[in-house]
Design a protein around this ligand. Structure first.
Ligand code: 8YV
Length: 318
């Protein structure tokens, strides 16, 4: 039996998923190739499926250089790095792993909210460095701030936004959200204006798709969030004007930030690396065995359907 050819743009960290991919397909692991262009020139003609990551996507040029391509399976839920109109014009299905990572992304959002409010990372470093023994006086560490009961504003009320709301509600936090429209099935307050939402929030959490929302968190929004305010981003770096965020943190315009995503990953603005009021993660919100396994199974299903000439379940373009 001839194995069909699948191009994989990013590593997958679940051995069982890699084993299944290897047993079913002739895998082309582009991320291991030194000269990617030459590799595509050599093998592009036979590639029928692509696996890529949410924030890395696929360029139009690469799509166009794979004439036999039948499906692009995004191993993630944010498809902003794929030009869906371009894929649609080619009749090319694009799928995501919708629903597979919701709980873990929401968990990390709450983790960042707690870590920033309660200064968990500086506290850890204080003990780890041996400073607690050297300076046992309670005055050695300033008081932190409570999370419970604080007003939480959520930007983007999709699956992840809702899961964050549920968790924050359990902390007694009143929830307000913004999105393109109010959602009748939700018990939370809707605020159509982002600026007003920021004004009314102690913690502003970004959970929006970035396709049409680039740079919505700017100096004005951060100013509205205010000096006790905390920004959490587990969605996409480009939702934020990063220079404005750095400036707001430096000048105490807001109190702190918990960031899993950045504009130009893996490059994090140098100023953020020095800040005690900031908690940084390396785009890890979906990086659990559970989420990545569920995501991998969805990718496998998309490939199987797409290569069989069927419309993959949940295709965004076909
Ligand atoms: C991952 C993500 O970074 O789902 C997304 O949109 O950004 C993350 O899950 C990535 O897509 C894993 O490949």
């Amino acid at each position: 039996l001839m194995k069909r050819h699948v191009l994989q743009l990013n590593p997958i960290l679940v051995p069982a998923i890699n084993d299944k991919l290897e047993s079913l397909y002739h895998m082309h692991r582009l991320f291991e190739q030194e000269d990617k262009e030459a590799y595509i020139a050599r093998h592009g003609a036979v590639i029928e499926g692509v696996i890529t990551g949410g924030h890395t996507g696929i360029s139009n040029a690469l799509m166009d250089s794979l004439p036999a391509l039948k499906v692009v399976a995004v191993n993630g839920v944010g498809t902003d790095a794929v030009d869906l109109n371009h894929a649609r014009s080619k009749g090319l299905p694009v799928t995501g792993t919708f629903g597979a990572l919701t709980e873990d992304v929401a968990d990390l959002a709450l983790g960042l909210m707690l870590a920033v409010s309660r200064q968990i990372c500086p506290g850890h470093a204080f003990v780890q460095r041996g400073d607690w023994v050297r300076h046992p006086s309670p005055t050695a560490i300033p008081l932190s701030r409570r999370l419970s009961g604080k007003r939480v504003g959520i930007v983007g009320m999709g699956k992840v936004g809702r899961a964050i709301a549920q968790r924050a509600a359990a902390f007694g936090c009143p929830i307000t959200y913004t999105d393109l429209r109010a959602m009748e099935d939700l018990p939370y307050a809707f605020q159509p204006e982002l600026l007003q939402l920021a004004r009314e929030s102690d913690v502003l959490v970004l959970a929006a798709a970035a396709d049409k929302a680039q740079g919505i968190i700017n100096a004005a929004v951060l100013d509205a969030l205010g000096r006790e305010g905390i920004l959490i981003n587990i969605a996409r770096g480009k939702l934020v004007v990063e220079e404005d965020l750095v400036d707001a943190l430096q000048r105490g315009v807001i109190a702190g930030a918990g960031l899993d995503v950045f504009v130009d990953e893996p490059n994090v603005p140098a100023a953020l690396l020095q800040m005690d009021q900031v908690v940084l993660q390396a785009h890890r919100a979906s990086a659990t065995v559970e989420s990545r396994t569920a995501m991998g199974e969805m990718v496998l299903a998309s490939l199987a359907q797409g290569l069989a000439g069927q419309r993959p379940e949940g295709s965004l373009t076909t």
